[in-house]
Design a protein around this ligand. Structure first.
Ligand SMILES: *Cc1c(COP(=O)(O)O)cnc(C)c1O
Length: 358
């Protein structure tokens, strides 16, 4: 994992994609075949009598999400040709795996402890999951990564800031991998808005093998709408469009997301509040006897090592306070993952922990 950067030369998307995907004749929907305005639409077996709802939900939505992608394009500073939208990032993860990995033959690499969906999606698709654990301190182990790869490794999944550890990965390490691995490098930036670290979106021109995942579920507060983004090369974006279910983002989600994207000032303000509250929550937790360690976080949660995770978890559940028990996760022994809440929610949590009898 020390090669100089020659990604454009070593990366060949056609070699990474499955042959059946390259050859695929995509489904052509009614909305693909006729675009433009007409007065009588009798092409899609929709219900012309309307829906029981006040809005125009009887028609299939735009399969290319053109307006929404243009709006996202302006906010992110990336052309729409590089933006793919999934039904949550989870759909993007699944489609990337299915585009590249031959079931029973190919493999992908993850760096635990990390987001569980990469491995679950791989297993659903019968793809071997190779693991190169993070080092203590939760940074990448480039040597272990190098040793785990072979000619069938199609994708490396990196998560920065990482879930559940909260830290950003060392940028130089990520670039080393981008510059030397001939497959796709997916950098999952679900929590990037809470980080000081810059997005890897800026590196897309330099690394044709880079895929940046972002989502509207976290900083944008739209987890229920299910909108995730895979931002990558125009070539790969085209492939993802060909293999996605035609109407993967519903009309209501597209409309509501567009309204929300107009409120960027509000979202940025709340993001600043969450970051500030994260620091206050960390300080308050430090003073609690059953808290042993608070790991530095660039996300909207804190990974916290406690004296007795199982008992503390159940104690909090008994009080109606739910955190995530990560104590059986490798390198997270003894840890709970706590989402930063409102000041009021955080106060309730802190007061409960102060009263916990060890
Ligand atoms: C929450 C989260 C996501 C977001 O997933 P969506 O399907 O877009 O809601 C993606 N990656 C990581 C690491 C996450 O923690």
């Amino acid at each position: 994992m020390t090669n100089p950067k020659t990604p454009a030369k070593i990366f060949d998307l056609d070699r990474i994609l499955r042959k059946n995907i390259l050859d695929l004749v995509p489904y052509s929907s009614a909305r693909d075949e006729f675009q433009g305005m007409a007065s009588v639409y009798l092409d899609a077996n929709e219900n012309s009598y309307g829906s029981p709802l006040p809005s125009n939900y009887n028609r299939y939505p735009d399969p290319a999400q053109t307006q929404l992608r243009e709006k996202i394009s302006r906010i992110k500073g990336v052309p729409p040709e590089r933006i793919f939208l999934g039904n949550g990032s989870d759909e993007c993860i699944d489609l990337l795996i299915r585009a590249c990995c031959i079931p029973g033959t190919d493999n992908l690499l993850v760096c635990p402890p990390t987001y569980g969906m990469y491995a679950v999606c791989a297993h659903i698709n019968d793809i071997e999951v190779r693991k190169a654990s993070l080092r203590p301190g939760f940074q990448l182990d480039l040597e272990a990564i190098g040793k785990s790869l072979d000619g069938h490794t199609k994708i490396i999944f990196l998560c920065s800031p990482n879930n559940p550890t909260g830290n950003s990965l060392d940028r130089q390490d990520v670039e080393t991998i981008l510059g030397s691995f001939p497959g796709l490098v997916v950098v999952d930036e679900a929590y990037i808005n809470f980080a000081r670290q810059k997005s890897f979106i800026q590196e897309l021109e330099e690394y044709p093998n880079l895929v940046v995942l972002q989502t509207l579920s976290k900083a944008w507060g739209l987890a229920a709408l299910r909108i995730g983004m895979a931002i990558s090369s125009p070539q790969l974006t085209k492939i993802l469009f060909r293999i996605k279910p035609p109407y993967n983002i519903g009309q209501a989600s597209q409309e509501l997301a567009m309204q929300a994207l107009d409120q960027i000032n509000l979202v940025n303000e709340r993001t600043r509040m969450i970051v500030q509250e994260r620091e206050l929550l960390g300080k308050a937790l430090e003073a609690i006897p059953s808290v042993l360690k608070i790991f530095p976080s660039e996300a909207n949660f804190l990974l916290v090592r406690v004296t007795d995770p199982g008992r503390i978890y159940r104690y909090l559940v008994g009080l109606g306070i739910i955190v995530r028990d990560r104590s059986r996760v490798e390198l997270c022994e003894g840890c709970l993952r706590i989402t930063v809440g409102t000041p009021q929610e955080n106060r309730v949590l802190i007061e409960a922990l102060q009263k916990f009898q060890a």
